[in-house]
Ligand binder design. Sequence first.
Ligand code: SF4
Length: 300
Amino acid sequence: MASYLKWYNSPEWNKRIEAFSRRLESCDLCPHKCGVNRLEEEKGFCRAGLRPRVASWNPHRGEEPPVSGVRGSGTIFLSHCTLRCVYCQNYSLSQLGEGKEVPPSTLADYYLQLQQIGCHNLNLVTPTHYLPQLLKALDLAIEKGFSLPIVYNTSGYERKEIISELEGIVDIYMPDLRYCSNQCASQFSEGEGYVENSQAALKEMYRQVGGLQCDASGIAYRGLLIRHLVLPGHISESKKAMAFISDELGSDVYISLMKQYFPAYKAAEYSPLNRMITSQEFEEARQWMEKYNLSSGWVQ
Ligand code: SF4
């Protein structure tokens, strides 16, 4: 059972939803803390407006096996982003804002339709800058029978304070761990203090939900699953990422070690990100995973 069902409609629930909405008046949803009034359509770093902009929504069968399961993960891709990676593979939505603006009531309909199709969960991709609206939609959808566990699918550039407000709402956290040095983070993305923020947020996620837990059919219903994209010429980042997970979290955390990097968006201008990773680099990253005794997860 999704954990929000245990306290939905309580005074605490209503307070939490309202508190998130108030954050839009002086937006501090992510580490940029722009302070813009989103209710007045002022735009901050992420360029997100008041209404959520949805790039696509559908059952996704290409996520990690416990998330996609057999019937797919009910994925909603949100437009805009708080991190602006130079190699973003979804830059048309994250940077150019491709998508359609919808009110929370329409979002709630999407949630319900994904449930009706048979999806195992609701997978919110890059949700942070629209959290108040996504939660408002959740509130509306629950009233109409929505009950899927929520997957929080993020770049990892999060405020710990905001993640702590999601306790009892999100069941499965699926963050990226992109960098473990701020030099790389500022060279290839625009997330000041990425390392401190992401590591504090991941620790909070782990505190809330622990390692990944699956039912008898192998479908995840709770826990933390960390994605790490191996970057060309930066195996030291992969080593530091594995060390952090092993030392600060636990070996029950599932890791998805990904080799699908390709030089998208502006990557051609940022050597060595202007090439694919080599099989030797990926093997080295895999070995670091092994050396740090992180045996749960996938290499893909
Ligand atoms: S969510 Fe957007 S507007 Fe709000 S603090 Fe972050 S970047 Fe700024």
